[in-house]
Design a protein around this ligand. Structure first.
Ligand code: IVH
Length: 724
């Protein structure tokens, strides 16, 4: 053996050992939710592997944990036929329908058959098949991930599926043996977007001037068909496995053994699955699921009940497109039916006109809903909704109320009106445009007051420049304009009875807006976000309801934002697609705003986490003169244009903190930054895994929870002592 081969021999061994270790820890972290390493320790392993692989590129294999995120999909997704149709389920909406199903099942089986059910959560995502094939050393590796498609033929979305941390890229021989699996098999299960990831994605979309996704299922489905795996990786999807097949046949004799084998092989299975011998037990499981539903980290919309024995399943067979051996018990939707009174138009930061439904107020799950988003013209067309229609409105956990369908109403068949988009911007009266291939109508007037007010609010918001005191009312005054409410909402609210339909059409909407938009109270003090830095306390004192204290505190807040780190400045610019994560990646990679501004698309896509779409938007943004002028104005005001190297300490490594209440000197963001800079983590909810709760004045339920769980509670000084 030559010396270079010998070197490779050692490198191969090192690489194999590192990969096994990393895969083990990823399984503990993502699947078992029981990490034993700190993030820093884990990163160290990955960095060591990356370095070795960089030295020995010939040893990089597709199932290496460093290879989850691949390149962009070029020519669309390939179509793949399923080994056995991916069916849907029949639904039961109440106990009676469920019992009737059980009676049918019982009747179709031999009287000697012992019937057992498996109850599983019905995860609100999309189903996906994973194909594993034989690889080296007796292992199996992920070959393909395929969407359900029409049930017979799906789409090959492997590149995206590989980024899902709960999808194993390979299963080693030892695990296959333990699980009783061959090297070639197929897994079926559900892709979901956890509620937290959904909330984060929507916050980022809104920050970047995009419309939010309606619910986690749509978000997951859209994400899995994205052509950029780097975006999928950022979104944090999860995969819950529930079926195991080989050559289109179930591999194991029961569903409960299937779930056990999947878990043994390293797949994530839903921990709540349970067997039941009677319908009473099934009903108890359903009731329990309904109470746990809101506390889960992901959305479920019902319970799936499956006959456990595969032999019995065979005897039961299928009807049409659903098996007789399973049924979905659907939870009642959290919705209501009400009347669409009017449609209002909100002008966003990017000029996008969003249609907002003004509803006859209706209570849903304890809150009164008077507005729902209609997203865009396509959504209106899809729903076929008209003003005056009765509509079904639904709301989920943190989801914006949404119109799901038009409800047939034979009593009110007439008198509805088409929803017409205004041709002029309801705020500035400049023409609205809809560019070729674009769904949305936009106001392209860069100085439209509605856009500017949204820009200012975004710039000042929490997580961006954190300028406290610069809320809607203050922005409206600074611009010398009324609030940027959806146009004509006030008129609608003034109606105490459902408004008559002949009152307004789109033109009248614009006219009614004339009166509001044309009453600027004084000339604007601010024309761009950079103008904020020129404001003086005297300027503010001239505004209504602004006393010396408010004025000084706002000026101090604005001044303080000069030292916000580069990534926040970038976020503040409000470039489309650039959310917090992307801004951080950009700042970390390029180190300065000048480097980002002058980077080419090719250079940008080479950076971690930046795909071609994002790269193009960034280049486009900085190619516009007005935007470059804004950057220069901000530079002149002394904002941070270079990134501080993020040096992470180790004093708090492995510790998780939860902050609650108001601390005497530190703001919440400062406390968070200090903890993170010392290697600690900050979480939003208290659990047994929390190391310390840091409580200030008016601490609420988090403090109670900490006491209940016996978690350590510190005050600010206690935290500062730890930081020393
Ligand atoms: S079994 C033929 N189990 O619900 C069996 N499906 O409404 C169908 N779903 O297409 C799949 N959680 O996307 C099964 N625990 C679960 C599920 C589940 C969610 C979805 C799946 C299916 C749809 C049918």
């Amino acid at each position: 053996m030559s010396s270079s081969n010998q070197a490779h021999g050692t490198a191969t061994q090192q690489i194999d050992a590192l990969r096994a270790e990393i895969v083990h820890h990823e399984h503990l972290y993502y699947v078992m939710d029981q990490p034993t390493l700190t993030d820093a320790q884990y990163d160290k392993l990955v960095n060591r592997l990356k370095a070795l692989e960089a030295e020995h590129p010939e040893l990089v294999t597709p199932d290496s944990p460093t290879q989850r995120v691949g390149g962009k999909v070029k020519d669309g997704f390939a179509k793949v036929a399923h080994s056995r149709p991916m069916l849907s389920l029949d639904n039961a909406y109440n106990e009676e329908e469920l019992r009737a199903w059980a009676v049918r099942v019982r009747g179709a089986l031999h009287s000697s058959d012992v019937l057992e059910f498996v109850c599983e959560y019905k995860l609100d995502g999309l189903s996906l098949a994973l194909h594993y094939g034989a690889a080296s050393h007796g292992s199996a590796h992920l070959q393909r991930g395929v969407t359900r498609g029409d049930g017979t033929v799906g789409e090959d979305v492997t590149g995206n599926v590989r980024t899902i941390r709960t999808v194993p890229l390979s299963v080693n021989a030892e695990k296959l043996k333990k699980a009783g699996l061959p090297q070639t098999f197929e897994v079926r299960g559900e892709v979901v977007m956890p509620k937290a990831a959904f909330a984060r994605m929507n916050a980022e979309r809104e920050a970047a001037g995009q419309s939010p996704a309606a619910n986690p299922r749509n978000a997951a489905a859209g994400t899995i068909r994205t052509v950029e795996p780097s975006i999928v990786a950022q979104r944090r999807l999860d995969y819950y496995a529930y079926f195991l097949l080989r050559d289109g046949e179930f591999l194991l004799p029961t569903q409960s053994e299937t779930l056990d084998a999947l878990a043994a092989a390293g797949f994530l299975t839903n921990p709540h699955a349970r067997t039941a011998k009677t319908i009473e037990e099934v009903l108890a499981f359903i009731a329990e699921g309904e109470t746990k539903r809101d506390a889960l980290g992901y959305e479920i919309d019902g319970i799936v009940i499956k006959v456990n024995s595969v032999a019995q399943q065979r005897r039961l067979g299928f009807t049409g497109k659903a098996p007789r051996w399973a049924i979905a018990y659907k939870f009642p939707a959290r919705g209501a039916v009400t009347k669409l009174l009017n449609v209002l138009f909100q002008v966003g930061r990017t000029g996008k006109l969003t249609p907002v439904a003004a509803l006859d107020p209706v209570g849903i799950g304890g809150i009164t809903v008077a507005r729902a988003t209609l997203h865009n013209p396509d959504e209106i067309a899809r729903l076929g909704v008209r003003i005056g229609d009765y509509v079904a409105v639904e709301r989920g956990g943190d989801v914006i109320p949404k119109i799901t369908e038009v409800v047939e109403d034979t009593e009110h068949p007439r008198g509805t009106r088409e929803i017409v988009f205004p041709t002029l911007c309801p705020k500035c009266k400049e023409p609205v445009v809809r560019e070729d291939g674009e769904i949305d109508f936009r106001c392209v007037n860069a100085s439209c007051p509605a856009r500017l007010s949204e820009e200012l609010l975004h710039y000042a918001s929490r997580g961006v420049m954190n300028i406290e005191g610069l809320g809607e009312a203050m922005v409206a005054q600074l611009l010398g304009h009324p609030l940027n409410d959806p146009v004509s909402l006030a008129d609608v609210e003034a109606q105490d009875a459902p408004m008559s339909l002949d009152v307004r059409d789109a033109e009248m909407l614009e006219e009614s807006n004339d009166t509001t938009a044309d009453e600027p109270t004084r000339t604007a003090l601010v024309h761009t976000v950079a103008d904020l830095y020129r404001l003086t306390a005297d300027d503010l004192l001239k505004l209504e309801r602004v006393g010396p204290k408010t004025a000084e505190s706002l000026i101090a807040q604005i001044d303080r934002s000069r030292s916000a780190p580069l990534y926040r400045v970038l976020l503040g610019l409000g470039i489309r697609h650039v959310g917090e994560r992307t801004a951080q990646d950009l700042a970390d990679t390029f180190g300065s705003l000048d480097a980002i501004m002058t980077a080419t698309e090719e250079e940008l896509v080479r950076a971690e986490g930046i795909g071609p779409i994002v790269a193009k938007t960034i280049v486009d943004y900085f190619s516009i003169e007005k935007n470059r002028a804004l950057v220069e104005a901000l530079r002149a005001q002394g904002l941070q244009f270079t990134a501080e190297k993020r040096v992470v300490g180790t004093a708090l490594a492995g510790l998780t903190f939860v902050l609650t209440g108001t601390l005497p000197t530190l703001t919440r963001d400062e406390a968070k930054a200090r903890i993170e800079a010392a290697g600690g983590k900050v979480a939003g909810t208290v659990s047994r895994k929390t190391s310390h709760v840091v409580a200030g004045e008016e601490a609420g339920s988090k403090l109670d929870k900490a006491r209940d769980l016996g978690v350590s509670v510190l005050d600010e000084q206690g935290l500062l002592d730890l930081l020393k």
